[in-house]
Design a protein around this ligand. Structure first.
Ligand code: UGA
Length: 441
């Protein structure tokens, strides 16, 4: 990895919450040379981490955890009080899931704020890392002021993360920007020192602005994807090619080429939850964010539309064997949260199709998600394709790019390819005798 960089000052840091964001942050901060405690209330998780068992798949994370654990710079504990007392800086990285009405559930943030207050034995900088609604920082501060046991000073800051699952470690070390929302020069200095080895622009703002930057960034990215998915529908209606449209649009530097891949839409633990939360908060503040409601609607419709396209070719789905390749919400992760595959598979099962699925990493998670459902899992692509009526690509794993389509053609019952991520070229597959369904092309 070779990420070890020189820091001016090594801070004692505790990261509360060892989920995706928290664990990556803890491991990467320790790699920078800080002394880090990863804290989680889940004792089983901590026990496993202390045995160097990582709870999810994220490239490079395991080696980073092992290396820094062995060097003694990264420790794991279930005792929040000890870790808080021993730390100068506390990152809050606990979950903020959605309530049924779309509002973010901030119970864990409040609980942690109280625990920090009870254990405030000296000056501490408390940093929000979790994605939270604007004005949460103020609430964290009020809570700590209300419950702190002694009059030790503290600062609250917002330092939203922009890590992508599947490339989170890389994103930490090569960030496009670091945003710090602070109320004091001291907090600004500490955060700048913590991140000193990372060469990127640091944007210093107030706390509310930093919180909005996070929600606005994720919402904008989701909007970009839904926009191109809407364009893909028009392309389908006119015989145009959405891939060419994105390519040409993306060359305009004001637009940019990223996040313009049409397909079965966005999922994951961030966009769906963050959009819901932003719509909810905006409404609470007096603004009806209809644009984001439409972004969500386009995304949901895209999945059903994709199944409808398959149905056009297969006519009746009942008893047809449909092979799903790719279950995770994106490549290089085993995360299935809000993955398009879930909705699409459920839809196929409702129509009584025979579903067999393969994913390079996510089968373990998928078995939990689809527990009790009539779905089979294959060991590899070719086993999944055997006697299939449709090979359906839902995640663009690298492994799928090198498929031996000649072999696949012989294995399939009906040579139908439904490419939900526009990974392949129609003419190449048609040459091999396949029927090709893309999205917007
Ligand atoms: C997203 C943001 O990209 C990160 O910056 C942010 O830190 C993170 O949320 C978070 O809030 O924690 P992530 O959810 O890991 O990261 O995944 P993305 O790479 O953003 O992809 C999200 C979804 O959009 C995936 O389902 C992906 O397949 C889909 N997508 C992406 C498309 O359908 N088309 C595209 O062109 C790009």
């Amino acid at each position: 990895m070779g990420q070890e960089k020189r820091i001016k000052k090594s801070y004692k840091i505790c990261v509360i919450g060892c989920g995706h964001v928290g664990l990556v942050t803890a491991a990467c901060l320790s790699e920078l040379g800080h002394k880090v405690f990863g804290v989680d209330s889940d004792k089983e998780k901590i026990k496993n981490l202390n045995r160097l068992k990582i709870p999810f798949y994220e490239p490079q994370l395991e080696e980073l955890v092992k290396k820094n654990f062995k060097k003694g710079r990264l420790k794991f504990t279930a005792s929040i009080s000890g870790a808080v007392k021993d730390s100068e800086v506390i990152f809050i990285a606990v979950g903020t899931p959605s309530n049924p009405d779309g509002s973010p559930d901030l119970t864990a943030i409040e609980k942690v704020s109280c625990q920090i207050a009870y254990n405030l034995n000296s000056y501490k900088l408390i940093v929000e890392k979790s994605t939270v609604p604007v004005q949460t920082g103020i609430k964290v501060k009020e809570t700590i002021l209300r419950f702190r046991k002694n009059k030790a000073f503290f600062d609250v800051a917002s330092n939203p993360e922009f890590l992508r699952e599947g490339s989170a470690v890389y994103d930490f070390f090569y960030p496009s920007r670091i945003v710090i929302g602070v109320e004091s020069k001291k907090a600004e200095k500490i955060l700048k020192e913590i991140y000193a080895p990372l060469k990127t622009k640091i944007i210093v703002t107030d706390i509310n602005t930093a919180e909005i930057i996070k929600h606005a960034s994720n919402s904008f990215l989701a909007t970009k994807i839904s926009f191109i998915n809407a364009i893909s529908r028009i392309c389908d209606l006119t015989g145009a090619d959405v891939k060419k449209v994105s390519e040409a649009m993306g060359l305009d530097p004001r637009i940019g080429k990223d996040f313009l891949n049409a397909g079965v839409g966005w999922g994951g633990s961030c966009f769906p939850k963050d959009l819901e939360a932003f719509i909810y908060i905006a409404k609470k503040l007096g603004y009806d964010f209809n644009l984001l409601k439409e972004v969500k609607r386009i995304n949901q419709e895209q999945r059903i539309y994709f199944v409808e396209k398959i149905k056009e070719h297969l006519w009746i789905l009942k008893d047809k064997k449909i092979s799903i390749l790719g279950l995770s919400f994106k490549p290089n992760t085993d995360d299935l949260r809000e993955a398009p595959s879930i909705e699409i598979i459920n839809y196929l099962l409702e129509e009584k199709a025979k579903v067999v699925a393969y994913d390079p990493q996510a089968i373990g998670e998928a078995k939990k998600v689809f527990k009790g459902k009539k779905i089979k899992f294959a060991q590899n692509i070719y086993e999944a394709a055997k006697s299939s009526d449709c090979l359906c690509f839902l995640t663009e794993w690298d492994e799928f790019k090198n498929i031996d389509f000649k072999k696949i053609r012989k294995l399939m019952h009906l040579p139908l390819i439904a490419d939900g991520r526009n990974m392949f070229e129609r003419k190449d597959l048609e040459k091999l005798g396949f029927i090709y369904i893309g999205v917007g092309r």
